[in-house]
Design a protein around this ligand. Structure first.
Ligand code: NAD
Ligand code: UDP
Length: 336
């Protein structure tokens, strides 16, 4: 990259949890970053430390609606979409439109400006997987009409659009399938398991385990994930397919709770809540492709990542005094 314009990067969803860390990493890499966000789940305070940064600007816009005129950029990261089940299920129609219309508009922008486009897709495209661990070749087991479908099918459609733009219009695209990611700047009311359990443990409230606690996830620390996104965007040549980004260290939700309790010394009781409908029973990325193509693998252990996350939430709770959290909607709960 040589001239000024080629250092311009657009980050849709840049005020969110992962997006704000990505903005930091891009600025540290010398880029000029334009963040586009509707502040649905993102927050201006995730970007407060960048207020005086001359290479950073924020444009408030909803990617599912008509976009304002945007500066010409060389790279577009599309992270715009609520990612936590209670948040994306709160307005499922808007979630689907955000993925489909938003991705279409940003792909069109990439096509007309000759920019490289990266979609933040998700391990949810694998649904409740009957292949384990999940390689990129696995086509998934998604319920198309359940309460998670607005997100899962929205992202699957966004992937379809991305690969059709690549095939039919030669648009330069990258698709990252991101597995469960955690770290500082998650919201206390995010509703996902790491933020819930850490906030509950720190405030002495009951720790909520949905279902048996034997379902598994593989948790990736946000710095590792952002490193993977940066490498994927920088990787030249046609990649022919999506790339899983996640930490293969799989654990049960009970094991995650035990790790948080040990690190916080919490005396919170553990309470059981119904398992949400279509909650995947297990999930673990096969990251052979990311290793081979990008030379990428996560470096942060669960202990290190949780310590940083716990320290951040401890400050957050002390400042805001709130531990309010989003719960799954009644419609999304399975019986029993
Ligand atoms: P987040 O909710 O913190 O961030 C999403 C950002 O997108 C927020 O700033 C939000 O305000 C913005 N946004 C939402 N709808 C928008 C719209 N219509 N127009 C403009 N902006 C909009 O979530 P996150 O965890 O940072 O996730 C970021 C991306 O990564 C999402 O696309 C998500 O699907 C994907 N992802 C995240 C995870 C994870 O574990 N965190 C896993 C898989 C995929
Ligand atoms: N979960 C839980 N307690 C909570 C929040 C979530 O036991 O307070 C469970 C949830 O049912 C799922 C797992 O933790 O089995 C991961 O949930 P999360 O919403 O973080 O991510 P996703 O289900 O989208 O992978």
């Amino acid at each position: 990259m040589r001239n000024g314009q080629s250092r311009q990067v657009l980050v849709a969803g840049g005020a969110g949890f992962i997006g704000s860390h990505l903005c930091d990493a891009l600025l540290a890499d010398g880029m000029h970053v334009i963040c586009v966000d509707n502040f649905h789940t993102g927050r201006m305070r995730n970007l407060d430390h960048l207020r005086r940064e001359p290479r950073f600007e924020v444009i408030e816009a909803d990617v599912s609606e008509t976009l304002p005129a945007l500066p010409k950029v060389a790279r577009i990261f599309n992270l715009a979409c609520p990612a936590s089940p209670p948040h994306y299920q709160a307005d499922p129609v808007h979630t689907m439109l955000t993925s489909v219309v938003g991705t279409h508009q940003l792909l069109s922008l990439a096509e007309t400006s000759g920019a490289r486009f990266l979609l933040a897709s998700t391990s949810e495209v694998y649904g409740d997987p009957d292949m384990h661990p999940q390689p990129e070749s696995y086509t998934g087991n998604v319920n198309p009409i359940g309460p998670r479908a607005c997100y899962d099918e929205g992202k699957r459609s966004a992937e379809t659009l991305s690969f059709d733009f690549e095939r039919a219009r030669s648009t330069d695209i990258r698709v990252a399938r991101i597995f469960n990611t955690y770290g500082p700047r998650m919201r206390a009311d995010d509703g996902r398991v790491v933020s819930n359990v850490v906030c509950q443990a720190l405030s002495g409230e009951p720790i909520t385990v949905y279902g048996s606690g034997q379902q598994t996830r593989s948790f990736c620390y946000v710095d590792d994930l952002v490193d993977g996104l940066m490498r994927l965007m920088a990787c030249n040549g046609k990649l022919a397919g999506p790339v899983n980004l996640g930490n293969p260290a799989e654990m049960t939700i009970d094991e995650l709770v035990a790790a948080v309790v040990a690190l916080t010394g919490s005396r919170s009781p553990v309470v059981t809540r119904p398992l949400p409908v279509d909650d995947p029973r297990r999930r673990r990325p096969d990251i052979a492709r990311a290793k081979e193509l990008l030379g990428w693998a996560p470096k942060t252990s669960l202990g290190q990542g949780l310590e940083a996350t716990i320290a951040w939430f401890a400050d957050e709770i002390a400042v805001s005094g709130t531990t309010k959290r989003m719960e799954p909607s009644t419609a999304s709960l399975a019986v029993g």
